[in-house]
Each structure stands twice: as structure tokens, then as C-alpha cells.
Design a protein around this ligand. Structure first.
Ligand code: SF4
Length: 209
């Protein structure tokens, strides 16, 4: 596929979902970071269900220093891998409070050195907080990009590298939320809603059906 076609293929998705924001609830940057850590292997809906009492205790990074790990685990016990995630939130919050004055640095490489912050989490947080041109590739984005034939990859990490290579800065700034929402609500993993999809003619998956 020629580069000039990618934008025209993705434009309907950006037009439909472009005004939307991340579906995780938060009030502060550290709460956003915590919610994104919690959302791995868990739906945003479930994260939003369990975070209000936790966020009432933990507003800023420094607040994790006043709450025991067991207490954090008790708040977060209804998300997958809550023990690891609780430890990541406590350790990362402590590092941010002690070394960065509680502020999340706008540095992709640096924040990946914090406990529990992988490439996807780092990119989502920086895109949302600082409007940086990153696409945090999750299973939805990985699936959509492969079905459309824009990439041909086996893992989200490979898709991440391909997106970085293929798209310019401006396009990457626009892509994250529309692609996640399109994958979450339209191009579903098991039963994609192809009959109402404007992308049929450009979709490799649909053309092979
Ligand atoms: S045609 Fe179907 S598989 Fe292709 S992008 Fe649309 S919903 Fe997804």
C-alpha cells in the first residue's frame, strides 16, 4: 500500500472518534498514570469501578508514601494482577515524589525506567498529559492495523515500531484514541461490525472473508 493512501483509509475513524478522550476516570496526572497501569489486561470500565475510593486516598504521587502496600492491594483487589500493579503504583509514586517533585517527566525513555511502565503505558500517559505524538499500541490498535493491512505484525510491540516508522508526527498525534475506540466498539475481536463499516473496501480482513 502506498503511503499516501493511509490517511484516506484512517480518516473515517478519526472523523468518527476524533473528539473522544481516554475513557479512564482521573483528576490528577498521577491518578492517570495509576489508572493506565491498572488497565493492563483489565477493561477501563472495571478500572473506573474500583478507583474512586483509592483515588480519594491517593491524589498525588507523594500520597503513596502514606499508605501501606497491603492497603493499596485491598483497594485494587478486583483488577487482574492487582498485587504487581499495587507494587508498581507504590514504587513509581515514591520515585516520582522523591526524585521528580511529584511531576511525571515528559520523557519516553525515562518514564519506562519506572516500575510497571512499559512502552504502551508510557506512550498513553505522555500522549494524554502532554499531547505528545505517541500511539500506545494495545490489542485493539494491533488488531485494527493488521486487519486493515497497514501493518503485518505478530505482536503489539512490532505494531508499535511499524506505526513509528510509517506515520508522521501530526498523524500520530491524532491516531491513539480513535483507533482504540474503533477497535473497542466497532472492529471487535470476535464479531467485527463489518456490515456497517466504511472501511470495507480498504480492509484486508474483510476482502478475504
Ligand atoms: S471491515 Fe470489518 S474487519 Fe475491516 S475494519 Fe471494518 S469492522 Fe474491522
Amino acid at each position: 500500500m502506498k503511503k499516501k493512501n493511509w490517511w484516506s483509509i484512517l480518516e473515517p475513524i478519526i472523523t468518527q472518534y476524533g473528539g473522544n478522550k481516554i475513557e479512564l476516570n482521573y483528576e490528577t496526572p498521577f491518578q492517570l498514570l495509576s489508572a493506565v497501569i491498572l488497565s493492563a489486561q483489565t477493561t477501563d470500565k472495571q478500572v473506573n469501578k474500583i478507583t474512586p475510593p483509592f483515588f480519594a486516598r491517593v491524589r498525588e504521587a507523594r500520597d503513596v508514601m502514606d499508605i501501606e502496600l497491603e492497603d493499596i492491594e485491598e483497594h485494587l483487589k478486583y483488577v487482574n494482577f492487582f498485587r504487581n500493579k499495587s507494587r508498581y503504583i507504590k514504587e513509581t509514586g515514591t520515585i516520582l515524589a522523591r526524585e521528580y517533585d511529584g511531576i511525571i517527566p515528559n520523557d519516553l525513555k525515562l518514564i519506562q525506567t519506572f516500575p510497571g511502565i512499559g512502552i504502551k503505558t508510557a506512550k498513553v500517559v505522555l500522549a494524554v498529559l502532554y499531547d505528545m505524538p505517541y500511539v500506545g499500541v494495545d490489542t485493539h490498535i494491533h488488531r485494527v492495523m493488521n486487519r486493515l493491512g497497514i501493518v503485518d505484525t505478530d505482536t503489539p510491540n512490532q505494531t508499535d515500531r511499524e506505526i513509528d516508522r510509517i506515520f508522521d508526527t501530526h498523524t500520530k498525534q491524532l491516531l491513539h484514541h480513535p483507533l482504540v475506540l474503533f477497535g473497542r466498539y466497532h472492529c471487535l475481536a470476535r464479531k467485527p461490525k463489518c456490515e456497517t463499516c466504511k472501511l470495507q473496501k480498504d480492509c484486508k480482513y474483510y476482502q478475504k472473508k
